[in-house]
Design a protein. Sequence first.
Lengths: 82, 398
Amino acid sequence: MQIVNELVGINVRFGGGVVLPIGFDWRGRYYVVQRVTMTFERKNGGRRYLCFIAETAGMLAELAMDRESLIWRLGKCEPSCT
Amino acid sequence: MEARQMRTILHLDMNSYFATAEQQANPWLRGRPVGIIKAEGRGCVIAASVEAKKFGVSTGCTAWEAKRLCPWITLVASDMDKYFALTQRLISLVKDYSPSVEIFSIDEMFADVTESQAKFCGGALEIALEMKQRIKQGLGEWMRCSVGISFSKLIAKLASEMQKPDGLTWLTLENYLEKTASVKVEEVCGIGRSRTALLHGLGVKTLGEARMRQLPRTVEDLVWLRVFEPVKEIEDLEPAKSVSRTYTTFKTVNSKYEVLKLVRNLVEEAAAKLREMGMGGRTVWLKLSGENEAFWVRRTINNPSDDPLVIYDILSGEFEKRPVSGVRFAGVGVGNLIFNYQLPIFKNRKELLGAVDKVNEKFGLFTVYPARLCGSELIRPEVTGFLGDKWYRFSGVK
């Protein structure tokens, strides 16, 4: 996966005690999340990021939410058929 | 067999863990041969998917060899954050079934379900089936595991290896000798290289053949599967005895300056780990493998230390006495570890290192680092699935 680390606009759904991204804006295009294949946590120094591997039409994206600031970023991505 | 030894142990082994986790994350990789390499550009496969194993790709293969065996293999850089997150989830899931869980490695664990199986109408078998189902729900539908059930850890581990992937095997007191007769001797946990060589030297390949021979007591216990160790929880484990860091370089390092820079980098990392664990060590060692020559030194100091400068001064001093060039591998280690060690009171190193640790904890390791390491790419910590530091790493998992 290629490192991107850019801010994104995000739509999430809260339900069943969890938060799940359902779509995000990146570089002027809106990507609908078809499914989240994995969630996990990354640490960088003292900061913790909740990461979601999201499958969209044509792209596999790693969305990361900063647990302190609640800022969402597109951490990594790759075309979903490579 | 004494009654106290009769336990019900469940061994859970995630199948091709790292590769399956990557296939879970990226659906395009599912059903395709995948090899996990440490990082982009590294030449060694550290895990292979079930599909890649069918082509003969295995752990330890070079990337070149993997491509030769399976030209359409996809090589993916490892992502330990992902695997650790899954392992943490796995541990808490297994702990729902037994308070006594031993984390054997990043993808293997034992659970003693002797008491808790009574709470399930199907006993241990129901626990195993439910666990497998919950792993698919909690970790991902592609995540698969093999489960072995038996009355000892050794036999449960053998049982889990009998059906892969996604298997479930129960070896009972009545059938375990018969079912394991055709198992290769080297597959038994505890029969390593030298014992395998001993047995192969006698013309023995399987456990069934070994059982017909007169063997040394320790080997005989292993081939008759008479080892009954209790499940060791994190609290039962002992703190680390040593901390070490090794690195294989991308290209040969020839200059003395560059070799010492590499050593300093590894020392910084090992010392940071020591301080994180609140320990200091008395014995330090350095190993360098060159193209034509090797270097190995070990020194013991009077006062335990976690100061990279102290450790580096000793090791670099020894290296200066007989330098080697053409280095492809470097390893440093600190042993004889203790807690509550006394640092020199007339120096301000403790405060300095404490401040460095605080900055690095907040902004990431090597935000602050020695000037000597400037001007080249820093080597950062790598974690393997072996988990030599599991006592420290998982002691907070309940």
